[in-house]
Design a protein. Structure first.
Length: 98
């Protein structure tokens, strides 16, 4: 393949945002897994053995993961291409020539 074919291929990969989608999907699966494991652990304990510390730990852990998931989604949404209609190379070249 020549250089322009490679550039076109990588432009397509960049435009379709494959890597950020994989990261977002992986993080979503990991979040669901952690929720499942944590809640399963908590609810399989006998009711008399559950303590306030256990409930607090579960609440803090799940709240932290939910907050982190919010940050990951926000990063994904804001990391996309800016479709302004002009490329940054053209804009930079026209600014430097004037």
């Amino acid at each position: 393949m020549n250089k322009t074919a490679w550039l076109d291929l990588f432009e397509l990969i960049d435009a379709s945002r494959i890597v950020p989608r994989i990261v977002l999907g992986g993080f979503a699966v990991w979040t669901i897994y952690i929720f499942d494991v944590t809640l399963h652990w908590y609810f399989t304990q006998p009711a008399v053995e559950r303590s306030v510390q256990d409930a607090g730990m579960v609440t803090a852990l799940l709240s932290a993961i939910t907050g982190l998931f919010t940050l990951v989604v926000k990063f994904y949404v804001n990391s996309g291409r800016q479709w302004s209609g002009e490329s940054s190379v053209t804009t930079t070249a026209t600014r430097s020539s004037s």
